[in-house]
Write a protein that binds this ligand. Structure first.
Ligand SMILES: [Zn+2]
Length: 687
């Protein structure tokens, strides 16, 4: 992040504070100048596709950066720290672990190298719920891209909207997933009347199995495809959820909440926005959306219905901010087809396409283009195969007879008659494309004159991985086509122009930008103001902020703890930020040294073991468990007659090595040193 961006971030956060105080314009002119829209497109971040999703991990770890098969959680010991996540790596938005009293970013590393001012050090507890108001508490998705979840309360009833996951970054070694913090609703699970799922992307549904562990019978409300994806996910967790299917313009009463669903376009079919009406007022949560006028399935965003609801009066519009900084309009999905056909027609050998495995329409276009030139299509990767089976069973994907063949039969087909459709477009080393590039894929190799198409966005932060994969493919002689060289990708999120339309059509009284890092939220807020929303009515909230809607007026009234909950192998919510920090240290040039003084004559550990990580002495309490193990092992060995310090060192190395591997998921260099005072005495005696 350069200085200019840093300034911008700072300004944003000030804007945000202003909104909370309500004492000045939420989106002031300073902020406006600081957030001049850039032409750099903000990409889709939904990772959606299971390329790194939890279920994928469950049975196909290689699809998911090789993470462990088990999925669990772990409550972040560092409450409301968000610390570990340096989201700014991806985007420069610099969400500082929510800054709310938690540790700072970079994994709880309080090193003071802040990218944004440390503020909100203490949470201001929200006032008691005011009867007759609607209380909205985002538990994820505001200030970060991922783990979207909003809690809506009304007179002792709760409606949840979305329950997604956030995917870890390199700075969070060993973490499989990051969940919204359910702490806020943990004590009132029985008040939950339903969970609305706006669409089937992982950052909207990935957390569902973990929520259902707390209460299995929460009704899940969503469209047909969304529920099918959720069902498949829950089945892998041996859950059989209660589901209520809805479609655009359907109305549903859930407790005191009168819901209406509105069809929207996105990078997955069957997405919905939800309109919520209670006596306290009305709100719309758009989920992720764009205004594609020419989507493949002709199911466009229902602007007519948005207009009607706007006419009736919408108090609060909570709208997708992901692409708020990108000027203009997203091109139609159907513009990709002809370009794919062109690229395919130039290919002389094998074609390998990588995209998100939930992007049914993108896959459809690949299938259509392949069919047109007489090529067979092979779906590669567990999430791709599973999702496309669901989509085609339900009629969302249309496969011309005989076009798609099984991977096992691919060997019988000539190279110039085949298209492999796989995951790995984000450079994930363990996804299909990564392994193909590496030459470690069991079934698919890439050779000279093959064509590889990356038909997806390049998510900021993944550049390194993606270009590494591209370089490897090029080295092997392949022609690589990506969005830089051909128009083979469009985003799933509304650009600025589309957001303008939506604000103008819905004409909300208040706006609360959701789904985005701080810069995206602020950019969205500025768009609201441009269309006439009173700047004082733009609520720039972050995760854990409590927003009350009362008499049509929305404002932040306090905050609740809202930390990162890590899913790490077998544990949910147990991994702390401190442990993450140790993993990071050991993951780089890490080594553990361990020093003990023994007396082999008495079979006694006289001092230590003292443990050091990268030459830094460690807090003994953290290592108490392994210290006791080491002492036990050394004493046992000495009791059985071992006097050789080399052997004792080996015992110490093994004990601490396996403990670190187990606890911290690292394999650092271990340097054991055992000094024997009995031998020292002997030596001096001989002198
Ligand atoms: Zn999405």
């Amino acid at each position: 992040m350069d200085t200019e961006e840093q300034t911008a971030t700072t300004t944003h956060r000030r804007g945000s504070k202003a909104a909370r105080r309500g004492s000045e314009s939420a989106v002031d002119s300073t902020a406006e100048s600081a957030v001049e829209p850039t032409s750099e497109p903000t990409q889709e971040r939904e990772y959606a596709d299971g390329q790194r999703d939890a279920e994928a991990q469950a049975s196909e770890p290689e699809e998911t950066r090789g993470r462990s098969e088990r999925s669990h959680n772990s409550r972040s010991g560092g409450r409301r720290s968000n610390s570990g996540r340096s989201n700014s790596n991806r985007s420069n938005s610099g969400r500082s672990n929510s800054g709310r009293g938690g540790q700072r970013r970079n994994g709880g590393r309080s090193n003071g190298s802040s990218l944004s001012p440390q503020q909100d050090e203490h949470l201001i507890a929200p006032p008691k719920y005011r009867k007759g108001s609607m209380r909205i508490t985002p538990l994820g998705g505001l200030g970060e891209i991922g783990r979207n979840m909003n809690v809506i309360e009304y007179n002792g009833h709760i409606l949840l909207v979305d329950c997604g996951v956030l995917f870890p970054e390199e700075e969070q070694p060993g973490v499989d997933l990051i969940l919204p913090d359910f702490d806020y609703i943990k004590d009132k699970l029985d008040q939950i009347d339903g969970l609305v799922l706006t669409h089937g992307h992982e950052d909207h549904i990935g957390g569902v199995p973990y929520l259902l562990r707390l209460r299995p019978d929460i009704p899940l409300i969503g469209s047909k495809l969304t529920l099918a994806f959720v069902k498949a996910k829950c089945e892998e967790h041996h859950q059989n959820p209660t589901m209520v299917e809805v479609d655009g313009r359907d109305k549903l009463k859930v407790g005191p909440f009168n819901l209406e669903f509105i069809a929207v376009t996105h990078s997955i079919p069957d997405a919905l926005a939800v309109h919520v009406r209670t006596p306290a007022g009305t709100l719309i949560d758009t989920g992720d959306l764009k205004l594609d006028q020419l989507p493949l399935d002709h199911r466009i965003t229902d602007l007519v219905e948005f207009g009607k609801l706007g006419e009736q009066g919408v108090d609060l519009l909570m709208m997708d901010s992901t692409n708020a900084e990108v000027p203009g309009f997203v091109k139609p999905e159907t513009s990709i087809g002809p370009e794919l056909e062109r690229v395919f027609s130039e290919a002389t050998r094998k074609i390998i396409v990588a995209s998100f495995s939930s992007h049914v329409h993108r896959v459809q276009q690949v299938v259509d283009a392949a069919h047109k030139i007489g090529r067979k299509v092979v779906f590669v990767g567990r999430s791709m195969v599973r999702n496309m089976a669901i989509a085609s069973d339900l009629g969302y994907l249309h496969i011309p007879e005989g076009t798609v063949i099984d991977l096992k039969k691919a060997h019988d087909v000539q190279d110039n008659k085949i298209v492999y459709m796989c995951t790995g477009s984000q450079g994930e080393p363990m996804a299909a494309l990564g392994r193909i590039a590496e030459g470690t894929h069991r079934d698919i190799t890439v050779n000279e004159f093959d064509t590889v198409v990356l038909a997806s966005s390049l998510i900021p932060g993944n550049e390194h991985g993606v270009y590494k994969v591209i370089n490897k493919l090029v080295q092997k002689g392949a022609r690589v086509v990506n969005k830089d060289s051909a128009a083979i990708h469009v985003s799933g999120h509304a650009d600025e122009g589309e957001l303008l339309y939506l604000y103008n059509i819905i004409k909300p009284k208040c706006a609360m930008p959701i789904h985005g890092e701080n810069r995206h939220l602020v950019a969205n807020g500025l768009i609201a103001v441009k269309t006439g929303v009173n700047p004082n009515n733009v609520v720039l909230a972050e995760d854990g902020d409590v927003v009350d809607l009362y008499h049509g007026q929305a404002a932040v009234v306090g905050s609740v703890p809202c930390g990162y909950v890590y899913v790490d192998g077998d544990s949910v919510g147990e991994l702390t930020d401190d442990e993450l920090e140790k993993r990071r240290i050991l993951g780089s040039e890490g080594f553990v040294s361990c020093f003990a003084v023994v007396d082999t004559d008495r079979s006694d550990v006289v001092s230590g073991p003292k443990i050091y990580l990268n030459a830094m002495a460690e807090d003994e309490s953290d290592f108490e468990q392994v210290r006791r193990q080491i002492i036990q092992q050394l004493e046992d060995a000495m009791m059985q007659g071992t006097k050789d310090t080399y052997k004792l060192q080996q015992i110490m190395r093994r004990t601490i090595g396996s403990w670190v591997a187990r606890q911290l998921h690292r394999k650092p260099m271990v340097v054991p040193v055992v000094a024997d005072i009995a031998q020292d005495v002997d030596t001096s005696g001989r002198r």
